[in-house]
Design a protein around this ligand. Structure first.
Ligand code: BF8
Ligand code: SF4
Length: 653
């Protein structure tokens, strides 16, 4: 949604009209946003940017001089390779742990539901639960559903520990890939075990071989993709329903000037699910009317937004870089947060308005916010309390300051693996046939965040656009999904944007060329789909014409996702440089040598046209490897592809 509105600075920071308008307001009213703070941080530390600083012990902090003039070793003797590898390993452990802990919260609630203790929830998809039970060896026939659920929960809780040789869902991985992991010693075992071991290995004086450290970093990532994240996704489907195609709306236009607006922000669907239900309570709607509003409007942000959209069609106000700007509309009564990707600054911005920031997870408190401890066993009562708090804030709203700058854009979501296979008649065969014929040349997962170092959403939108124009199906999750939704690329009629082959398939099925597969933990759905395609063809995942892309990533979770996607055999292109360039050896391994080890590697390419071209070439190579009709890919004329990044010093003026 490029626009001529907004001043020049705002247009450099984001491609979205709603964001541009709110950045202008923030600037006019002297409210600091993420872009101002990025500018204030310039120049950012060059040692850290290259991964060459270490503070893992009190003999440090240390740094290695990248120019070879200053110190080349930390106090303990660690050089660039070890320091860079350790830092990367720790990032992956943090990201993997975040997804895993989210998964465990869902799992514990699921167990509590099965024991009849969390009355706000039910088992929404019993058929899926029975399938999962069978998959992990829990007998279901003739047994009460609750008993099966408890046993299933116990098996999955074991996956967090060390009791078994490998994670339950590793059985989903094609045999050839499992054999490769075994030979490399990276088959993921207990989720907690891999993460703890990563922290252990990166303590001073433990793993001092960068290759060994990085192999375990891959294993740690795999414990996320085939463990923590996959458990989160599967059990969320069981408790809240497996997504099916659904229409919704996106951008700041989803806010309602005459209603109590509540934004649900964060990641875990447990709270948002009950708040959606509470907002439909006639008594609470009447209460909203009694304070002058016409109703209660729930909207989503970030991955909580994706969870609500996927299952309930709830509109999404925006992705990562919209979390401050949504407050600046002046139209929000409450922002309710759980955890992950919630900037502490939302508390400061909210102080300029009547908006309440309500934190809900005891793991994630925000100084200055109102804290309501979320207890799944009292979920109904807590959701009721939160909606009441929002309603109470409505009379304090200054209606003259309400600015809802745009009309919403329609988008389609809800593409679980089950929904995709359902659309194909229950088997991957039609998709495989279309790929074999070259009607669809391949598929790419475009995932991940926003990063204020890049113009918001530009890379997501442009890369996706170029891929679909080249008959490459795009699967999206997380903030990449919201970006594409805002750009109008996720409607059945968006098939018109695709190349002739992809367009014909999408039109026949009535689906968009860009499929929303959910939140970031739902990248595990993409793993399941890739495994299903590989199994159908009797090949390994790395032989498929697939790729991953994280054009605007920022978070440690994205690093973990990148690790498991690559370790699963899917080459991934990053749009933002990771902090590894201080070690040429590590770079050579990640961007080269890894291909010979796991059949996939990383590339960094911030320019969306060049990234699309690189991916297209990769996909054609894979097609050739499978003996499918392939096409030479022309070198792209980079002069036609200017990129407006990075935004560094001076972007704040
Ligand atoms: O887990 S894409 S900014 S919101 S980390 Fe965060 Fe990145 Fe968005 Fe969801 Ni994912
Ligand atoms: Fe320095 Fe080594 Fe300690 Fe790191 S672990 S801070 S490099 S002494």
């Amino acid at each position: 949604m490029s626009s001529s509105s907004g001043n020049c600075r705002a247009r450099r920071l984001t491609v979205n009209e709603d964001a541009q308008a709110m950045i202008d307001v923030a600037r006019a009213e002297g409210i600091d946003t993420v872009w101002d703070r990025l500018a204030a941080q310039q120049p950012q530390c060059g040692y850290c940017a290259l991964g060459l600083s270490c503070r893992n012990c009190a003999m440090g902090p240390c740094r290695v001089d990248p120019f070879g003039e200053g110190p080349q070793k930390g106090v303990c003797g660690a050089g660039a390779d070890v320091i860079v590898a350790r830092n990367l390993g720790r990032s992956i452990a943090a990201g993997s742990s975040s997804h895993a802990d989210h998964g465990r919260d869902i799992l514990e609630t699921f167990r509590s539901v099965a024991r009849g203790k969390s009355t706000g929830y039910r088992i929404a998809d019993q058929a899926k639960m029975i399938r999962l039970a069978a998959e992990v060896g829990v007998a279901a026939e003739g047994r009460p559903v609750e008993e099966v659920a408890i046993d299933l929960a116990d098996v999955l809780l074991d996956d967090y520990g060390t009791r078994r040789g490998s994670l339950s869902f590793v059985e989903r991985v094609p045999e050839a890939r499992r054999a490769r992991w075994e030979s490399l010693g990276i088959t993921p075992r207990g989720v907690d075990r891999e993460n703890v071991e990563m922290l252990h290995r990166t303590h001073m004086g433990v793993d001092n071989d960068y290759v060994n450290t990085l192999l375990h970093a891959l294993r740690t990532g795999l414990s996320d993709g085939w463990g923590g994240s996959m458990i989160a996704t599967e059990l969320s489907d069981v408790m809240f329903g497996t997504p099916t195609p659904v229409m919704s709306e996106v951008n700041l236009g989803v806010l309602r000037a005459d209603q109590v607006n509540i934004a649900m922000h964060g990641h875990n669907p447990m709270l948002s699910d009950v708040v959606i239900t509470a907002a439909q309570d006639p008594e609470l709607i009447e209460l909203a009317r009694s304070v002058g509003a016409t109703g209660i409007n729930i909207v989503g942000l970030c991955c909580t937004g994706n969870e609500m959209l996927m299952r309930r069609g709830v509109p999404v106000a925006g992705n990562h870089l919209m979390q401050e700007l949504v407050l600046i509309t002046g139209a929000l009564e409450a922002m309710v947060v759980d955890y992950q990707c919630i900037m502490p600054s939302v508390v400061d911005v909210a102080k300029c308005y009547h908006t309440k920031i309500i934190s809900t997870s005891d793991k994630a408190k925000f100084t200055g916010a109102t804290h309501v401890t979320f207890d799944p066993e009292r979920s109904d009562a807590i959701a009721d309390e939160i909606v009441r708090m929002a309603i109470e804030a409505y009379p304090d709203r200054n209606h003259e300051r309400v600015r809802i700058p745009v009309e919403p854009v329609r988008m389609m979501g809800g593409f679980s693996v089950e929904a995709i296979l359902g659309a194909l008649g229950g088997t991957p065969k039609p998709l495989v046939d279309a790929i074999a014929a070259g009607t669809i040349r391949g598929a790419v997962a475009v995932v991940g965040c926003n990063n204020p170092k890049l113009p918001q959403d530009l890379e997501h939108i442009e890369l996706t656009r170029h891929l679909i124009e080249n008959d490459i199906l795009v699967l999206v999750t997380g903030c990449a999904a919201v970006a594409n939704g805002k750009a109008g690329q996720m409607l059945p009629e968006s098939a018109a944007l695709a190349g002739p082959g992809l367009r014909s398939v999408c039109e026949a099925l009535g689906i968009p060329p860009v499929l929303h597969m959910g939140s970031c933990v739902d990248n595990s759905r993409i793993m399941v789909l890739a495994a299903a395609l590989a199994d159908f063809l009797g090949v390994d995942i790395d032989q498929l014409p697939l790729a991953g892309a994280a054009p605007e990533w920022y978070s440690e979770k994205a690093v973990s996702i990148g690790a498991y996607v690559v370790a699963s055999g899917i080459t991934t292109v990053l749009g933002v440089q990771p902090a590894v360039f201080g070690s040429p050896h590590v770079v050579e391994l990640l961007a080269g040598g890894l291909d010979g080890v796991v059949g996939a590697k990383f590339a960094v390419e911030p320019d969306p046209v060049r990234a699309a071209n690189l991916i297209r070439r990769h996909i054609e190579n894979k097609r050739q490897g499978l003996g499918l009709p392939f096409a030479e890919v022309e070198a792209v004329d980079i002069e036609t592809a200017p990129v407006e990044q990075p935004l560094g010093a001076g972007s704040g003026d």
